[in-house]
Ligand binder design. Structure first.
Ligand SMILES: Cc1cc2nc3c(=O)[nH]c(=O)nc-3n(C[C@H](O)[C@H](O)[C@H](O)COP(=O)(O)O)c2cc1C
Length: 406
């Protein structure tokens, strides 16, 4: 890492960033007023305020369409490379990231765009590489999402080529995914050998990619103990497998009011009263691992489970009824009352006996298929293994999960 970048050069041990300020609603899935609008003046105002406050980085989200719900969460977003270039010119000290989906750009173009922004910012640029995660948006580029680990193989070759373009000229590159005869890119970035790199993978393949290529990895966890273990694991992997030092970033929400009581009251308002639960559900639905983590976090907590059940209420959620894709690609309720009514009245459920041979690890009882609906029904007291299995099964089979309180 070079010291021109505030993430590397800041004397603060704990570096701070502002995340998601280029997407509508930011990271708050709420219909409460006064969330981000995504106007250029707004981005400049926030960037300068963050810089004045001594915050080290601005981290945008790469998003190409919304997640549905009443807010169509994140549907409006500034493209992150051009956004970073503009903010690089409008600020002086703060580090500026762009988030790049590797399937959406060619490496030769990306290498030059990034070098250009590094010059505009005088070495304050940082790249967040994401392998592609939300299939409907990747499909908009006329490419289909690769199988999970293949995405990281592609990202690995992409990043290897980027690094060579930032340090060499006149070489022939021939990989599994890219062929570049006479590769050339000038000027080279200001930061040597290349700008700071971050990634956000959490799976084994994602962590391996981070360990190989990144300076920073985003780590997520349901609580601080688990998160601490995850961070240690990510760092250990980089050290042991590649002899590299990797730092970690994680995420927290700040609700700021004059007093703690006011802050808690406002949090209740924007989450409980105004929360866009349909959008939250759609987002969790994108990736079974995200969903799995969410289900796991519910384990043993009745209040959390009730909140999730509330999202199954007619009119509030996109998962309770049959699915169809609307024009935005968001899943909408076709007949929410049908299954919900069944659920509430003690529907006719068909218990499927376990078939361990067909589905190793499938638990014996607990998971049933709703008659006619083809959806999975999971008992509220299901154990963690059952939930994990049901979640991944539901995703691979494109089925829905509903819970039954027993
Ligand atoms: C904090 C954070 C930010 C992320 N930002 C983006 C993003 O802007 N665009 C995107 O498509 N994916 C984003 N992701 C998704 C990751 O790139 C990745 O697909 C996801 O964490 C799953 O990792 P895995 O594929 O290794 O399991 C983000 C993930 C995290 C944790």
């Amino acid at each position: 890492m070079t010291s021109s970048n505030p993430i590397a050069g800041s004397p603060n041990r704990l570096k701070l960033g502002v995340f998601g300020l280029n997407v509508s609603s930011g990271c708050a899935m709420t219909s409460a007023p006064d969330t981000l609008k995504i106007e250029w003046d707004e981005s400049v105002r926030i960037a300068r305020a963050a810089e004045a406050a001594g915050i080290e980085a601005l981290v945008p989200v790469a998003r190409w369409r919304g997640f549905g719900g009443v807010t169509n969460f994140n549907h409006r977003s500034f493209e992150t490379l051009t956004w970073a270039a503009g903010l690089a010119a409008a600020t002086e000290r703060i580090g500026i990231f762009a988030t790049v989906h590797v399937p959406t750009v060619r490496p030769v173009r990306a290498a030059k765009e990034i070098a250009t922004i590094d010059h505009i910012s005088r070495g304050r640029f940082a790249l967040n590489i994401v392998a592609g995660w939300n299939e409907p948006e990747i499909r908009m580029f006329g490419v289909s999402q690769r199988e999970h680990d293949q995405r990281y193989a592609y990202a690995d070759e992409f990043t290897t080529l980027l690094k060579r373009l930032w340090t060499e000229n006149g070489f022939d590159f021939s990989g599994d995914f890219f062929k570049v005869p006479g590769a050339y890119s000038e000027p080279k970035p200001v930061q040597r050998p290349w700008p700071l790199i971050m990634s956000a993978g959490n799976s084994p393949a994602g962590r391996d990619f981070a360990a190989r290529h990144a300076d920073l990895n985003f780590a997520l966890g349901p609580d601080l103990t688990t998160l601490a273990a995850t961070c240690a694991d990510i760092k250990r992997l980089a050290r042991e497998r590649y002899g590299r030092a990797l730092s970690v970033f994680t995420m927290g929400y700040v609700v700021c009011r004059e007093t703690e009581r006011e802050a808690l009251r406002y949090r209740d308002y924007y989450v409980k009263e105004k929360g866009d639960f349909a959008a939250a559900h759609n987002l969790l639905d994108v990736d079974s691992q995200f969903a799995e983590r969410a289900w796991r976090s519910i384990q043993g907590d009745d209040r959390k489970l009730h909140r999730w059940l509330l999202r199954l209420a007619p009119g509030r959620n996109a998962r309770a009824g049959g699915r169809r894709n609307d024009r935005d690609g968001a899943r909408r309720i076709r007949r929410p009352h049908t299954q919900l009514g069944r659920l509430r009245r003690g529907y006719r459920a068909v218990s499927r006996p376990a078939s361990p041979a067909a589905h190793p690890g499938r638990p014996a009882r607990r998971v049933e298929t709703l008659a006619g609906a083809g959806d999975l029904l999971v008992h509220a007291d299901a154990d963690a293994k059952t939930l994990r299995w049901a979640t991944s099964f539901a995703h691979t089979q494109r089925k829905q999960i509903v819970y039954r309180l027993t």
